[in-house]
Design a protein around this ligand. Structure first.
Ligand SMILES: Nc1ncnc2c1ncn2[C@@H]1O[C@H](COP(=O)(O)OP(=O)(O)O)[C@@H](O)[C@H]1O
Ligand SMILES: O=P(O)(O)OC[C@H]1O[C@](O)(COP(=O)(O)O)[C@@H](O)[C@@H]1O
Length: 323
């Protein structure tokens, strides 16, 4: 297994995130924007941004198209993140995030993205195999662009496995359902994605753990279930660690889940135990949720807030409460 190369993040459907802040969002009414910002986004790109903050060598791979695609490449270059995006036809999407100051809630409007064909996916797969051969970890994250087969993550996970590289998958719907057939090393569904995957409501801690265990039984080593302000549950074959985040004033929760994924990779690379991973991922997600736009946590901010995360751990049926 190669451990020295960079972490490869894959964003097949990147986005320029446009965040607008309103005093109060009026559905069906005229809304005047108070503040506006744009950030390079898409789940894999956000993971790369966090890993860059954590001083982990990272390469951002993916597809990009048109003018917005160039804007994203330029912004990544300014952030000192090496990237390799295959040029697709059409235009990269702009995802609108509406932050309502009165409720502190964010509403997301994500475009479908550019259309792709088999040719560009084959080109990408070739580049991916080259890069994976030298990678320490692969992160596959976000929606697939229209035209991509829903099995595409499964193909990439299998290709990474051939190079002996572990993968983390963060996706939704069919992309997640097919992707887990290849048993990635770890996944980070939010509670809604997990419910959709398992086709059932998960209303108690026990039901979530049971659902996550049905996935570890299929060979996925780590299932990290995020639940917004309720925190997260890290489930492995041996452990269940619940993390309760510290109270924050959410500014924009966009990128919070991606920050958890990045912290999980960081934890794996550092050889952290499950409890530490639960603490770091919770702190990273929570810090990012307290920042504007798709701005992400820094290593220092996460370190300083680790002690604020409350953990509760169960091992072999034994409950444990820790600060
Ligand atoms: N309102 C909030 N207050 C505190 N922490 C939050 C809040 N929203 C999100 N977080 C943090 O961000 C993490 C990821 O949020 P979640 O919404 O579950 O992810 P995703 O963006 O993938 O749907 C949570 O586990 C939590 O640590
Ligand atoms: O590919 P999808 O599922 O449409 O998600 C893309 C969006 O998700 C984000 O990566 C944020 O994800 P999280 O809030 O889950 O961390 C945005 O930057 C982007 O606009």
């Amino acid at each position: 297994m190669s451990a020295k190369g960079p972490v490869i993040t894959v964003t097949l459907n990147p986005a320029l995130d446009k965040t607008v802040t309103l005093d109060s969002f009026e559905y069906g009414g005229l809304n005047r924007i108070r503040e506006m910002r744009t950030d390079p986004g898409g789940k894999g790109i956000n993971v790369a941004k966090v890993l860059r903050q954590f001083a982990v060598s990272t390469r951002a791979l993916g597809l990009a198209a048109g003018y917005q695609g160039q804007v994203i490449r330029d912004r990544l270059q300014r952030l000192d993140i090496p990237s390799r995006f295959k040029q697709a036809e059409g235009e990269t999407r702009v995802n609108l995030k509406i932050v309502d100051e009165s409720t502190k809630r964010t509403t997301e409007l994500n475009e479908p993205g550019f259309q792709v064909d088999a040719g560009i996916l084959d080109d990408f797969l070739t580049a991916f195999r080259e890069e994976a051969a030298n990678a320490s970890f692969v992160v596959l994250a976000g929606s697939l662009p229209p035209g991509a087969p829903p099995q595409f993550y499964r193909t990439l996970i299998e290709a990474a496995r051939q190079s002996g590289v572990r993968t983390i998958l963060d996706a939704d719907g069919k992309a997640l359902a097919y992707g887990i057939e290849a048993a990635p090393y770890a996944i980070k569904p939010n509670i809604h994605e997990l419910e959709a995957l398992l086709g059932t409501g998960l209303n108690s801690r026990e039901s979530i753990v049971r659902g996550a265990r049905s996935l570890t039984d299929r060979g996925i080593e780590y299932v990290l279930v995020s639940m917004g302000a309720e925190g997260s549950l890290l489930v492995t074959k041996e452990d269940v660690v619940a993390a309760r985040p510290f109270p924050i004033t959410p500014v924009s929760t966009v990128g919070a889940g991606d920050s958890m994924v990045a912290a999980m990779v960081y934890g794996f690379l550092q050889g952290q135990a499950a409890e530490e991973i639960a603490r770091w991922t919770s702190a990273a997600g929570t810090v990012t949720a307290s920042k504007p736009g798709t701005e992400v946590c820094t290593l220092e901010e996460v370190r300083q807030s680790l002690h604020l995360v409350h953990l509760a751990r169960e091992q072999s049926g034994q409950a444990y409460q820790g600060g």
